[in-house]
Design a protein around this ligand. Structure first.
Ligand code: UDX
Length: 434
């Protein structure tokens, strides 16, 4: 099939490349000419394992191309995916749909034959209705169908999540588009993905409800971890005991330093905004947002306690600063709260991250990027394992730690407390006794 992806960010580029790898002809469109020119040269603007190889392979076999021209690309395509950003508005919690509606207006001039217009971007309930109204202004002949097809791609795992989804959700109010899309996704359904056809509004809400639930699950185990620390229980044991219940499931029950990223913070706020618009109180999700926002400060209190409230001139080393492993994304990473706070208190901070230097810390003079784990840990009074990169999972701290008094605060529970005690290393983690 002939597809056009509008927007070449995490969602548009990954989905477009993966669709081309399934044998479709895909044009990825972006208004940013520099980005398009880079993509044409094989320069990938996002850090996503495996993406570069897939781009080169499908450009080579002429199934994948890049364009800055929305109108001509849309006219050549049958199925148009809108994959532009819907960030949280600067004021309030609601999603900023400026880019969505400006694409819809541009699209309405390019409907030269029947098109399926799909929102793959995460959009609030009723956005599809709004897009339909915009398109109808220029196309009274109804030569289009507006469909919601939310993605469930995790950064760092996006190609796998596209190729082996648990489910494909199609929200459309007509059977013609449903038949065409079931055919488009048939290779994934053939590999075991469930196909869910529902109303457009239901599909829009499924995305938000799914992310809000995952954020709730993580916040739940993070709060249980707080109780475990006070009761000498290991939260990992609780997660195992809970997760074996098929109704709960073991995934997304890893206690950590607070959820971050470009989606959970944005989507939990956006669903609250939608509920407020429809006079509904989502009190559980509101408490999840508050609990998660407070969590980084809670873990910082633990840092102050470890250092006996003497932070000034203390050498603190961060292993990892991105919001999770296998991404270079810093959006809403808990390190963006912790490092500035510690810097303000006069700590001497070093950080190492496999994805390199972060401009987010440029303005803090006592925060230094180090090019290796060894140089990052040298002379540390406190080591904070912030992100669960594989690079940090089998370090020989006995050898690495010159200063015997160094404490390790493992915010991702990568190591066993017992093994650390046996090596006489001062070790603290999350949800395990203080
Ligand atoms: C998320 C959703 O998983 C994905 O389906 C959606 O399409 C986009 O948003 P992403 O934000 O890329 O994906 O990352 P994810 O792996 O979900 O992690 C989100 C945050 O939760 C990270 O900060 C991560 O460290 C944290 N997390 C995740 C935990 O603290 N514990 C867990 O067990 C899992």
């Amino acid at each position: 099939m002939k597809l056009c992806m509008i927007g070449t960010g995490y969602v548009g580029l990954v989905s477009g490349v993966c669709f081309s790898d399934l044998g479709n002809d895909v044009i990825c469109v972006d208004k940013d000419l520099h980005k398009i020119n880079d993509l044409k040269k094989g320069v990938i603007p996002i850090y996503e394992p495996g993406l570069e190889e897939l781009v080169l392979k499908n450009v080579k076999n002429k199934r994948l191309s890049f364009s800055n021209n929305l109108e001509s690309s849309v006219k050549k395509s049958d199925i148009i995916f809108i994959c532009v950003g819907t960030p949280t508005k600067k004021s309030g919690n609601s999603a900023d749909l400026t880019q969505i509606f400006s694409v819809a207006k541009e699209l309405s001039k390019s409907i030269n034959k029947f098109k399926i217009i799909i929102t793959k971007s995460t959009v609030p309930v009723t956005t599809g209705d709004e897009i339909e109204k915009i398109l109808k202004k220029k196309n009274t002949m109804n030569k289009f169908s507006v469909v919601s097809n939310p993605e469930f791609l995790r950064e760092g795992e996006a190609i796998r999540d596209f190729t082996y989804p648990d489910r494909v959700v199609i929200g459309s109010n007509d059977l013609k588009s449903n038949k065409i899309l079931k055919n488009l996704y048939s290779p994934l359904i053939g590999k075991g993905a469930k196909y869910v056809h529902t109303s457009r509004r239901a599909a829009e809400l499924i995305k938000y409800a799914s992310n809000a639930f995952l954020a709730t699950k993580i916040t739940f185990i993070n709060e249980i971890a707080n109780l475990c620390e006070k009761t000498s229980i290991n939260v990992d044991d609780i997660a195992i005991g809970m997760g074996l219940d098929q109704r709960i499931g073991s995934r997304f029950l890893r206690a950590g330093p607070a959820y971050g990223g470009s989606c959970f913070p944005k989507d939990t706020k956006a669903i609250i905004s939608t509920a407020d618009k429809f006079q509904t109180n989502l009190s559980v999700i509101k408490s999840v947002i508050k609990s998660n926002e407070n969590r980084s400060k809670l873990l910082l209190k633990r840092v102050y306690k470890i250092l006996n409230n003497k932070i000034k001139n203390k050498n603190i080393s961060f292993l990892g600063v991105t919001f999770k492993a296998n991404t270079d994304d810093m959006r809403d990473s808990s390190s963006l709260t912790m490092i500035p706070e510690l810097s303000k208190k006069g700590a001497l901070i070093k950080y190492f991250d496999p994805t390199g230097y972060k401009k987010d810390f440029k303005k803090f003079k006592n925060v230094q990027y180090m090019k290796s784990v060894d140089s990052c840990l040298a002379k540390a009074d406190l080591i904070i394992i912030h992100t669960e990169w594989n690079d940090f999972k089998s370090l020989n701290f006995k050898k690495l730690l010159k200063n015997k008094k160094t404490t390790i605060y493992d915010m991702r529970n990568l190591y066993s407390p017992n093994k650390m005690i046996k090596q006489n290393i001062k070790y603290l983690s999350v949800g395990r006794s203080l």
